[in-house]
Write a protein that binds this ligand. Sequence first.
Ligand SMILES: [Zn+2]
Ligand SMILES: [Zn+2]
Ligand SMILES: [Zn+2]
Length: 411
Amino acid sequence: MSRPSTLLRSSILLLLAAVALPLLGRAAPAQDVGEPLCGDCETTGKVEHAHSSSALEQEEGVIFCSAFMRSDPEALGMDWIVCPKCRTPSVQESARAEFDREFGRRKKWLEDREANVDAHAGHEVEHIRTKHFLIAFDLPKIKVGRRVLRTHDAMHLYAERLEELHAQMLMIHGITERNTAGLVHEIYIFEKDLTTRRVGNHVLSAGMGSGFRKSQYGRTSQHITSRNKKDFRKDEDFHQALVHSVSHLITNEIGIQKTWLLKRYGWVHVGMAHWFEIRNFGPPNTWCHQEQGNFVHWKGDSWEANVKKALAAGDEVKFQAIVGRASETLDSKDHQFAWSFVDYLMWLDPHKMVKFLTLLKGPQLEDRDALKEAYGITVGQFVDGWTDFVKTHYSARPGKGPRVLPPKGSG
Ligand SMILES: [Zn+2]
Ligand SMILES: [Zn+2]
Ligand SMILES: [Zn+2]
């Protein structure tokens, strides 16, 4: 009926060109230019570079590991190398370009770590990069139950533990990575306070000061700590403290990465960290550098029992007295009530906590307005609901181990 219009014809030509171009851009198959095939590499330019199955198992899911790289100077942990006596020069050449790129990426990562950390520590430190964490790990060994793990194995265990915490926090809040700032959290773990201070003064923009533990929640999310024997007798104690500190980092990136919790909403800042500590371990053992509790316990180990008894005696910390205060102004009794207020919100609906955190950190709403918008309750309803919750769900008898309280709607 009608011939294709000029426009349509040129579209067809463009389409043909688009199909043809990638073919032209690709290297011609070896046999076309008279190159022989290579039996060593099946004409791929790559041959296998073997690692032990135990090493492969350990490194699975890990992006970079310094110990694995350092044990393999030839390929820095890659599982292939360039076919050394390749009979097909063109494929060997493109494999070499690919190898050099990947090898260079790994080498640069390791050199950066060495310049930023090892050089300041004054000795070789191990490093691991997983999906959400970049960890410098400098403990010679740890004892987990009856097993002694040397540095490399211990580092992998800590990387797994932190990834598990990350996954747990997202799961409990009912979110995915899309609801976080997607940061890579930098964690530095040393044995000696002196090393912590030396490296901390370099890697933290605000410097380290005199403590043995510090976090920074800015554009970079960082935590540096010593695992000194006087504060952490057992590996489990240190693990617990790290979960506390790293849960601060992750809470700060949920919804939006802003640092206001620490300064304006101290009860949420400390309450959330203690919540994950108690959820996973039991009685808290951790106050951060910026927090004033100093391991002084207000009453006994069981915060649940302490809060319940205080409330029954009319000696509770009032919610209205705790809002609007910085973390550093809260004492150890305040910490326990901050935990309990957060515990109530996490019981009401842990998914709504995401919106609550976002409203505090982003537009910095007043606590009461954020409660209204995220949870649909007034301060009066919050206080009444919390009072009922403590009376109904808290036990006056001290419990042991992780405390798991299923949220309200979970049946
Ligand atoms: Zn490794
Ligand atoms: Zn070959
Ligand atoms: Zn803390």
